[in-house]
Write a protein that binds this ligand. Sequence first.
Ligand code: NAD
Length: 255
Amino acid sequence: MGLMDGKRGIIFGVANDKSIAWGVAQQLHAAGAELAFTYLNEALEKRVRPLAGSLGSTIILPCDVGSDDDIAAVFKELEQQWGTIDFVVHAVAFAKREELKNPFHQTSRDGFALALDVSAYSLVAMTHYALPLMPDGGSIVTMSYLGAVMAVPGYSVMGVAKAALEASVRYLSAELGVQKVRVNAVSAGPIKTLAASGVGNFNKKLRTMEERSPLRRTVTQEEVGKATLYLLSDLSSGVTGEVHYVDGGFNISAE
Ligand code: NAD
């Protein structure tokens, strides 16, 4: 018996086999879950389709999370094909490259709005459209980073977006607990992915983890996947509104 046998859900955020969302997908599949996937555009569709297919998934849909129509269409399709779902994985984020390169005080109004829209508001919109498909409850997990709670050099507007994302997790969980829908975040340590390549001094962040986390190493996609599996499964049935750190226990200050 797998932990997720008989459970169905959707994963937003696979871009390639380095994506955190892909690490999550592999863990969920191994635990017996049935998965649907979305992709941002045609270029990424070429990467996502074979990956999703390798896990036996047949529901693979386009979705720009900046569009309510796209999000609504995804959940409408899931309703038609599956009727109900048990979980949603939100692993998407975006900020313009220049916003992550320039000093934070130079962040443009547009760039600020775009980063918060794609990286934080999208969780609220997704939850809204997912709810009718979760009549008996469900679990929603998003991906955050330490930059939500402290000023991490080079993370800038994305840190503000992650703070909004973590606050959204608390407000959504407070409202939806009575419907047995749980909402949590995983705060992952730095992992080399497409999105991470836009973050300033990323290699230095990896080295800092190797030097100053109790485990003296960076974490893997697989480890983030396992923690997400826990939060999506009944093992975490009493957990909601939490930010669960998967970062090697990073807590040792610089000398
Ligand atoms: P990734 O580049 O593999 O994934 C980011 C995904 O966001 C991609 O699939 C991309 O297509 C998607 N995306 C961007 N804009 C979108 C839009 N408008 N509509 C739909 N999808 C859109 O990188 P990743 O590191 O796996 O990122 C996944 C999540 O994990 C992000 O929220 C990221 O902030 C978070 N995270 C990453 C790290 C890290 O070090 N890599 C650490 C902590 C948290």
